[in-house]
Design a protein around this ligand. Structure first.
Ligand code: MN
Length: 324
């Protein structure tokens, strides 16, 4: 395992007050990383506050530590520590940002801007893997809740250990987490499978809307306003919905669109494991971000324009069918 940037370790060891931040609409990796790091630093006697966007999705709202979120006790901090967030603008920050001396950026998105004064950006499966290593490096013992938080983060970002970002190191970390007595089967079910009936119906509606483009290589799924309202209002495009397209035989790229307002869409891109096309290149050109196999952005125009853009970029990159 690589070491986490020693300057980050030194800075944390030699300072006291930290505010932990992560990306807007936090997912399991964001919450898991923040909680494991926050609890770990508290064990070292540090003063930790969290500022995290609410609501937290029900399926990852599992941790006692969430009760301490957004109780900001200080008006100034030695550092803001940002986990799992690729751009400064995408961080969920308080309206009035407290004073701080340093920004520490710990992330695993290849599109990370390096906005920190101290950065550790490494292309691993989950930010939670980096937090696990940082805690090891600082010799912080884990507890059950920290182990659960790290499990939740890694499990979320690896699609329950099925994505191509899983490495032998991912499993080495997991093998230690399994030494804690909690039953991960329950977390896995809650994180990956449990839905309300309305969410199930939304999932069904998403499948119902899916069409194939470009000779079956690109899947196109749209959840419009009417459908979203029909099944209970606002949704985040969950990973299972975003992955619908890549589970269709022959599809390389899955495009899932959620209509936020008229002609404004939240777009999720996924590439199947057999496809080399880097979907973050499209997201980046629309001021979004992410990973080469999973990324997202906001699109403001007619869908036909986006459809043509994705088809041409995919074809120009030379991605044909029949890749194994
Ligand atoms: Mn992540």
């Amino acid at each position: 395992m690589n070491l986490i940037n020693e300057k980050i370790v030194d800075y944390i060891q030699n300072h006291k007050n930290f505010l932990l931040l992560t990306h807007q609409k936090p997912d399991g990796d964001a919450i898991g990383s923040a909680i494991a790091l926050g609890k770990g630093l508290k064990k070292l006697g540090k003063q930790i506050d969290y500022f995290v966007q609410f609501p937290i999705e029900q399926n990852i709202n599992l941790f006692n530590e969430i009760n301490y979120f957004n109780e900001m006790k200080n008006s100034s901090y030695d550092a803001l520590i940002v986990v799992d967030c690729s751009t400064w603008s995408h961080i969920c920050k308080p309206d009035k940002i407290p004073e701080y001396k340093t920004v520490i950026n710990i992330d695993h998105h290849i599109t990370n801007e390096g906005y920190g004064d101290l950065n550790h950006v490494e292309d691993v499966a989950a930010a939670s893997e980096l937090i696990y290593r940082l805690l090891k490096q600082m010799k912080v013992p884990l507890d059950e809740e920290m182990a659960d938080a790290l499990y939740t983060g890694i499990s979320t970002d690896t699609g329950s250990f099925q994505f191509s970002n899983v490495t032998s190191e991912t499993h080495q970390i997991l093998s230690e987490l399994y030494q804690y007595p909690y039953s991960y089967a329950n977390i896995a079910r809650r994180v990956h499978h449990e839905k309300t009936l309305m969410q199930m119906k939304m999932y069904g509606a998403a499948i119902g809307s899916t069409t194939l483009l470009n000779d079956g290589t690109i899947a196109w799924t749209v959840l419009n306003h009417k459908t979203i309202d029909q099944y209970g209002g606002d949704i985040n495009i969950s990973d299972d919905i975003a992955n619908i397209g890549t589970n269709i035989k022959g599809v390389d790229i899955s495009v899932t669109l959620k209509e936020v307002e008229k002609d404004i869409y939240r777009v999720s891109l996924r590439a199947s494991s057999k496809c080399d096309f880097d979907v973050s290149s499209i997201a980046k050109s629309h001021n979004g971000g992410g990973h080469n196999k999973a990324s997202g952005f906001t699109f403001r125009s007619k869908l036909e324009v986006l459809k043509q853009e994705i088809i041409s970029r995919y074809n120009d990159a030379g991605n044909g069918r029949n890749q194994q």
